[in-house]
Design a protein. Sequence first.
Length: 199
Amino acid sequence: MIRVDPNVVLEGRGVRLEPMGLEHEADLRLAAADGELWTLNFTSVPEPDKTQAYIDAALAERDRGVRCPWVVRETRGGSVVGSTSYHDIIPAASRVEIGYTWYARSWQRTHVNTACKLRLLEHAFDELGCAVVGWRTDNLNLRSQAAIERLGARKDGVIRRQQLRRDGTLRDTVMYSVTAEEWRDAVRARLEALLSKRA
């Protein structure tokens, strides 16, 4: 059984994941404005006037023990560039999922996503002792699917009509995962190699 500490700070390789709080509202609003990310139908990015409600919802899930939300700070410049979370935490199964992830448009396709995923996976497998880490994404979000597959995650399948999108349509959800053995045998080295190419 794992014990996830929602107050932990994760840092390394040019990123710092800080526990999300109300003090991050202005920073998150600014990051989301870089590319008007809330206009994408398949993302969880808050609209500017709903940023506090977004944070409140994340903190309520944190308090219920099912989510651990962070803001992502790029350490060279010090700016908050997005957000990510562990969610659907199942302590008895030693499982977390990584999601609610988004980055300001100017930080997409940089070192940030790979560095965050590497640090999150290190924490999950090496520090928490997770047996498996999962991801889920909208079947229409091909960029997200490609990014997850680049990490070395395996596609588990598709849950049809699993949840509502922002516009009220039903989405099919694509599920992925990495096991502790896959992390140890291949995924860690793969991520380290990807990150070194971006350096």
